[in-house]
Design a protein around this ligand. Structure first.
Ligand code: GN1
Ligand code: MG
Length: 351
């Protein structure tokens, strides 16, 4: 099934010998297609690059260049895997009308959910350390790889626009839509933050499965998925951690009554993130990150619902109603976080 790919890869990259590559599906990303390559005991990760979502690969290359220069000067205690170059010296290989990228395989474990609170803290320390390290980078030199990626106000407006073009919605969808539209005050809060927070270089996709843990789960080996690395705010990166770590069930779960925020994990995340960032945070940023989880959960929910209404054109789904279900999952998690606002604020106040 992968014969043509095998031949083309050997032509494109110098790494391989002539023996057949073992090629198998890998990972749980929703955007790029990920494959594992194996040959004579060595492994690589091959990514089928999604050009519909990432329309400006040259901007990614530009940002990753800046990143790798910074990394040479200031090493990090974990890896940031960057694309290997082809024989032609490019980060992307063109094979049968598709674009591919090759990465060295990082030995370790990815989690969809943490198994112990200490892993929440370790994950947050790593992303916090990354944010402090990235704060020395000139944010103005970074290009937007997906324009307006985390603009909550625009995601909210887009959902309303899509709904306008649709006939009467079934009750389940209408109820969900109303739940989302009722989040306008959070959108207003978000807009106020934009006016006062410093723009920084952020990872912008800090879900738990974008970390590779050591097999013992005691340390982070690598931080992956660097395509959305660009200007952003601390509340984005801390927020996506809250969304994907401090939740009782993953974003694919459909057991609605079992979906809620786990406050103890939120607290571990906050402790770990602040430790990692080591004081490189303003008072306004500190206030804003407490709402990061809500903001990122709302963004993802709005995007899932919009994609469902548009016919699943963006996210990979494994069944037709999956985006609707993801949207319902995220609204449930969001409402649970909102019920814990006082607790989170009290916890932060006594730090
Ligand atoms: C996508 O690529 P992946 O699966 O790590 C998405 C994120 C969402 C996430 C939801 C470029 O991340 O924004 O948070 O799915 N990335 C893009 O699981 O849209
Ligand atoms: Mg990913």
């Amino acid at each position: 099934m992968f014969d043509l790919l095998d031949t083309a890869l050997k032509q494109a990259y110098p790494q391989f010998t002539t023996t057949p590559l073992k090629i198998s599906p890998f990972g749980k990303g929703l955007i790029h297609e990920t494959l594992l390559l194996e040959q004579g005991g060595t492994k690589w990760v091959l990514q089928g690059f999604n050009t519909t979502v990432f329309r400006y690969p040259e901007r990614i290359a530009h940002n990753l260049d800046l990143l790798s220069q910074h990394l040479n000067q200031y090493p990090l205690p974990f890896q940031l895997p960057l694309p290997l170059v082809t024989r032609a010296g490019e980060g992307l290989a063109h094979i049968e009308g598709k674009k591919y990228r090759l990465f060295d395989f990082v030995q370790g474990t990815t989690l969809q959910q943490v198994q112990h609170p200490i892993q929440a803290k370790i994950a947050a320390q790593a992303y916090g350390k990354f944010a402090a390290w990235a704060s020395l980078l000139p944010v103005a030199s970074f290009e937007e790889t997906i324009p307006h990626f985390h603009r909550l106000d625009l995601r909210y407006a887009r959902l309303m626009e899509v709904v306008k073009g649709l006939p009467h919605l079934p009750k389940e969808e209408q109820d969900l839509l109303e739940g989302y539209l009722a989040q306008k005050p959070l959108v207003d809060y978000y807009l106020k933050q934009l006016a006062q927070l410093p723009l920084r270089v952020m990872h912008n996709d800090t879900k738990i499965n974008n970390l590779i843990f050591a097999p013992t789960l005691e340390k982070v080996e690598a931080l992956v998925d660097l395509d959305t690395l660009m200007g952003g705010y601390l509340m984005y990166d801390f927020g996506d951690l809250v969304r994907t770590v401090a939740c009782s069930l993953p974003e694919t779960a459909t057991e609605w009554t079992q979906i809620y925020v786990l406050p103890e994990l939120f607290e571990e995340l906050l402790l770990g993130y602040l430790e990692g960032i080591h004081g490189a945070i303003t008072a306004e940023e500190m206030d804003s990150i407490l709402f990061g989880g809500e903001i990122m959960t709302l963004i993802m929910g709005l995007r899932f619902l919009t994609d469902h209404l548009e016919g699943n054109v963006y996210y990979r789904v494994s069944y037709p109603l999956q985006n609707l279900h993801r949207a319902k999952n995220q609204l449930t998690l969001l409402q649970s976080q909102q019920a814990h606002r006082t607790r989170f604020a009290q916890f932060a106040a006594q730090l």
